[in-house]
Design a protein around this ligand. Structure first.
Ligand SMILES: Cc1cc2nc3c(=O)[nH]c(=O)nc-3n(C[C@H](O)[C@H](O)[C@H](O)COP(=O)(O)O)c2cc1C
Length: 215
């Protein structure tokens, strides 16, 4: 049982002190997605991302400007946002040192290598999408077929911001509330990227007043 959303608030503790710090990264814990895009020769690229969020039927992605995924989306707007669960973290990590960009951009050359066959390198299975060119990742319980409507450089030019319309959602039956179109939040678990470490979710704390799947 989770707490009723109307329960009286527990006493909250203001933090007495904070340090001013200069962290090298600000990945404060967002879901990992595996982004499928289409290379110029019709093959698929697959890249792990954590800069991804959804609002309504739009997904927004942040992609390094020198990566193959950004290059692909500037030319071919079809994509699939595949959502791995925590059990897939090692497959995600097998993709981590790879790029579909040949030659490897200079700033990545010391730690990344070119890999044209990312699905095979990760041990993941491509499955055809219904409405877009790039394949879905069969092992991922949630897959969003989408098409980019805007690909534009961020203010400092180091990455691009992609806005994409979601066209079709695929969900494994075991994460769907039977007989509905709702993903069951008690059964779907995103893989979280938390300051470059992988986590699952902890136990449920409660739900917002607008939840359509209260228990
Ligand atoms: C868990 C994880 C999250 C990442 N998040 C992002 C991200 O949000 N944006 C990004 O551009 N790169 C991100 N990266 C790095 C890219 O995956 C990496 O630059 C990769 O080489 C891109 O592949 P591509 O050049 O084939 O597109 C992430 C890597 C990992 C392992």
């Amino acid at each position: 049982m989770t707490e009723a959303p109307t329960a009286a608030p527990a006493a909250l503790e203001p933090r007495a002190t904070h340090l001013t710090i200069e962290p090298s990264i600000l990945y404060f814990g967002t879901p990992v997605v595996l982004l499928s895009t289409e290379n110029a020769d019709g093959t698929a690229n697959l890249a792990p991302l954590s800069s991804a969020w959804a609002l309504g039927r739009t997904v927004v992605l942040g992609l390094g400007a020198a990566g193959q995924s950004a290059t692909n989306l500037a030319q071919r707007p079809d994509l699939v946002v595949n959502l791995p669960d925590p059990a897939l973290w090692q497959a995600v990590e097998r993709l981590a040192p790879l790029t579909g960009r040949d030659p490897v951009p200079a700033h990545k050359a010391d730690r990344f290598r070119y890999e044209p066959a990312k699905f095979a390198a990760a041990g993941l299975t491509p499955a055809p999408a219904d409405l877009v060119g790039p394949p879905r990742v069969a092992e991922c319980p949630l897959q969003l077929e989408a098409r980019a409507t805007r690909v534009r450089p961020a203010a400092d030019g180091s990455f691009v911001v992609v806005e994409a319309d979601v066209l079709r959602v695929h969900a494994a039956p075991d994460i769907v509330v039977p007989g509905t179109d709702h993903v069951d939040p008690a059964r779907w678990q995103p893989l979280i990227y938390n300051f470059r470490h992988y986590f699952g979710l902890g136990a449920e704390l409660g739900h917002t007043f607008r939840s359509e799947t209260p228990r």
